[in-house]
Design a protein around this ligand. Structure first.
Ligand code: RB5
Length: 148
C-alpha cells in the first residue's frame, strides 16, 4: 500500500519542507502539503500542526511531518490532540526509537536547528521504522489515559 504523508510547516520551514517533500516523492510516497508555502509572511504554527494532525486522525494520511523553526512549538500543538504522538527529533536514532517504542504518528524537527542532509536522514530513519508492540503497547495505552 502506498504510504500517504501529510506535511505542514510555518514560515521558518518552507524551504526544508519543499526539500523533504521532493525527497519523499522520489521514494514513491504520496505527500499532501498543508502549507504554508510563504516564507516571507510570518504565520502561526498551530494552524499547520492542527491540519496535519487532523489529516492523520481522519486517516487521510498514514502519518505526518511538521517543521517549524525549532520543531518545538509545532510538536507541542500536535501532542495536545487526542491520538497524536509527535516527537521533535534532531537525530536519526531518536526518530527511529520514537516509532519503535512510542509509535509516533507525527515527526517534527526544526529548520533552524538541523541541516537539510540530517533532516533527510531523520525522515528516512523514522519512515522505515516499525512499532515493536509488546511491552510498548501497554505504555501507549497509558499515554492515552491522559485524554480520558
Ligand atoms: C517562529 O519564529 C518560531 O517561533 C517558530 O517557527 C517555532 O520555532 C516555534 O516553536
Amino acid at each position: 500500500m502506498k504510504k500517504i504523508i501529510a506535511i505542514g510547516n510555518d514560515h521558518a520551514g518552507v524551504k526544508l519542507k519543499n526539500e523533504i517533500a521532493v525527497h519523499l516523492r522520489s521514494q514513491g510516497f504520496e505527500v499532501i502539503d498543508f502549507g504554508t508555502n510563504d516564507n516571507q509572511e510570518p504565520t502561526d504554527y498551530p494552524i499547520y500542526a492542527r491540519n496535519v494532525a487532523n489529516a492523520v486522525l481522519e486517516k487521510k494520511a498514514n502519518c505526518g511531518i511538521l517543521i517549524c523553526g525549532t520543531g518545538i512549538g509545532i510538536s507541542i500543538v500536535a501532542n495536545k490532540m487526542k491520538g497524536i504522538r509527535c516527537a521533535a527529533c534532531s537525530d536519526p536514532y531518536s526518530a527511529k526509537l520514537s516509532k519503535e517504542h512510542n509509535n509516533t504518528n507525527i515527526l517534527a524537527f526544526g529548520a533552524r536547528v538541523i541541516s537539510q542532509g540530517l533532516a533527510k536522514m531523520i525522515v528516512d530513519s523514522w519512515i522505515t521504522a516499525e512499532f515493536q508492540g509488546g511491552i510498548h503497547s501497554k505504555r501507549i495505552e497509558m499515554i492515552e489515559e491522559n485524554n480520558k
